[in-house]
Structures are given as structure tokens and as C-alpha cells.
Design a protein around this ligand. Sequence first.
Ligand code: C2O
Ligand code: CU
Length: 472
Amino acid sequence: ASLGGLALSFPRGQTGELVHSRVRPPRPFRVPLPIPAVARPVRTDATTDFFEIVQRETDQEILPGVRTPVLTYDGTFPGPTLVTRSGRRAVVTHRNDLPVPVAVHLHGGHTPADSDGYPTDLVEPGGRRDYTYPMRQRAATLWYHDHRMDFTGPQVYRGLAGFHLVTDDEQDALGLPSGERDIPLMITDRSFDEDGSFSYPANHHGAGVNDAHMEGVLGDVVLLNGAPWPVLEVAATRYRLRLLNASSARRYRLGLDPARTPLVQIASDGGLLERPIEHSTVLLTPGERCEVVVDFGAVGPGAELTLRNSLGSGRTADVMRFRVTGRASDDSRIPQRLSRIEPLSADRAVRTRTWAFRRAATGEHPGWLLDGRPFDPERIDADVRLGEIEVWRFTSDLYHPVHVHLDPFQVLSRRNQGAGPHDKGWKDTVDLAPNESVDVAVRFADYPGRYLLHCHNLEHEDMAMMAAFRTS
Ligand code: C2O
Ligand code: CU
């Protein structure tokens, strides 16, 4: 069935509906990969770095020769990359020059509740707000994005997302590839209308998501850092790639072609793993990060390696290309011991809570439910004591990427088996397959207040698949 540019289809390995672009897509692997600019603090003192970001509308050349209207952090999609230091406070002032209210969430941030971007805690047009991040957390690849109640999907889709990297001494001492060999890669899928604008299904009900689109929005153009199927020239050395899936609903399984070159995972959502893990492919669900090291020295100058998505078909099976130029010296390494992770053992858990991620039966709320009910920003769904370990059991009907605010968790088991190959380390977002059950151990260290857990399929989130917990 086709409704304008919308084709009702559930591609393999996805929950979502494909929106077809109405422009000719560019040939892949022509556009150079852009690297988002690193934001400079406007001021620093003994304890704190201060940043300022203006949220504004502009247009950006995403497809060659075509202008696309975007909502931005500081004029670009993706927004500027914030780089902050573990243990040093960061204060980010957001000024809202957009015509819509916003809420800013630092995904993966160990953040006091009043700066966490609760969906009803809005910065109105013309307003401004200081978000304070103590950064009492280890080095990790975080990202910031919009979290406005009912409108997160459309507002992120139109451009409100950026990287926030936390650095620390432990990571600096390892000798991993750094500087221009440390590449953030934000993966999104988008569709385009004839006029070059992003094609997000219209909203008829005062909510952010069209009912016809509640499954999730899948685009047919793959963007890396906002560029379609780009190419990056690399030296024949090791590179660190910080992969982030910032798509609304699309899952990716990424691997290099030819397949001889492994992706050596060194970190996940919450920073370094204990030990590197070699993968031929890595799975990335919406919201997740996976950091890998690729040794282009193993293929040598002149070679081309293509990053592909085996869950895609046609154009969405291509992601980007690496073109290996010359040899260069490389003193980076991947130590066999990266970090130490204190296991949160289930034996020490004070209770098990179950959170069911399911579609509403017809007749009820027309969306997605968490534990049988739609999100109510005024309701507390769980009370959790700071410092206690709990086991949270997530269950699903379809694919749901489950995300918890405030602190990361550890995956204990899937379907009562061991954790999966992509579940290692500290996680804040975990992939749930249809009819799956995943047990994780959580412990919230500090900050009393009201926080969220939700599905990170942004249309499911906007259709109320979200719950609030209160820490005390
Ligand atoms: Cu990345 Cu509550 O979100
Ligand atoms: Cu979902």
C-alpha cells in the first residue's frame, strides 16, 4: 500500500515503515565525510567549563546541490561536538531561537534531575536555560538530543542531535588511536521530499507522530554525520570509530566489505570494555553506541573498504566507504586490558522489576505501552533507592530499543541464556528482539529525582512508550 511517499512495509529486522524519498539519491561514496566541529567553551574556571548553544533553524546542503531546512544546535546538523573532562563540571546554556519548545537530554549523562531534560521541562521559544553536568562519570561517547514530550521523533529527525564526548586519564593512558584518527560517526536514515526538505509524516492530532506512522519512521538515505553515504580517506593505520545510531527506528548490523578486516570493539554506551572484542559485524539499535578500532594498515594503501548494513536492503545496505591512501607511522595500540568493570551481580539485587514493552490492544490508547499504560509525566511508575542493586527484566512484543536515564546497567541474560555478543560492558540502551526477555542489573549511584526509561524508537517514545521512576 502506498500513501503519498509512504510505503507500508516492515523491512527485515525492523519495526517501522519506510518513507520513500521523492528526490534522486546521490551516487554513494562521493561526498566527503564531515566531522562535526568541536565546541569551544565560552569561559572556563577552576572547576567548570561553560558552553553556549543557540538552537536555530537554517538550511544545509545534505544532498549535493539541494538545500534542506534543518533544526540545529548552533547552525549545523549534527550539532557541535562537546568534549568535556571527567570530574570537571560542564554548564551548557541553550538558547531557543526555534519556533518550537525544546528539552535537551544528555543521553548517557549521569545528570541531576533538573538538568536531565524531562519531556515537560521545556525551554520555550525565545527562552534560555543552563544545563549543569557534573561529569562525575568515566570517559564515554555520549550524545545530546531533543526530548520534547510527544515531539522527540520529529525534532530529532529535523536535526537536533550532537555528540558529547567525555574524556579521562584512564583512557588517555591507553594509547588508543586519537586526534584525527578518532572519528565520531553518527548514523541516521532520512527521506527527502521533492523540495529537498526532510520527509517526516505529517501530524494531524497535535501529537508529534501520525497514527499511520506509529511503527517508527524509516528513511531510505543513510547519513553519516549528516552526509549521504560518504567517503573518508584514511592512512594505512589504526582508527577509532565511535559509532552512534541516532536514527528514529532503524537497526543496523554493520560490517566491513571485504569482510577480512575485523571491527575490534573497545567500548560501548558507558565507555571502555574490560577487554577488546573482535567482531565481524556489530549490531546497533537506536540510541546505542559502539566504539571499534579498525586497522587499515592490514589492507594497505590503495584499498577500499565499505561499511555495509546487512539489515538494510538496496540503498540502505550501504553505509560509507574508507579509501586507504598512504602509509603513515602509527604508535597507537589496543591493550588487551582496557579497564576494570565492577560486576553488578544479581545475588546482591534487592528486587526484580518487570517492564513490558508492548503495543496497545485496539480500542485503548492508540499507541505503545510500557507496563500496560501510556506515559503520564505526572505519575511515578517506580520508586528506587539510591545505591541499591535491582534486576530489571525487559520484555517485548516487537523490536524495542530500551533506554534508561541516569546510570548505565549491565546485561545479565537474554531469554535466560547468557548475555549476547553486543551486551558487554556498561550499557544504557539495549536491543530487544520480538518476544524477547532481557535481564539487566541497575544501580543508581546518586541524584534524587524523577527520571525516565523508554523505548528509543522515537515514534514509540512519542506514542507514550515511556515511564518515570523516582530515585531517593
Ligand atoms: Cu536518547 Cu531519553 O533518550
Ligand atoms: Cu519500541
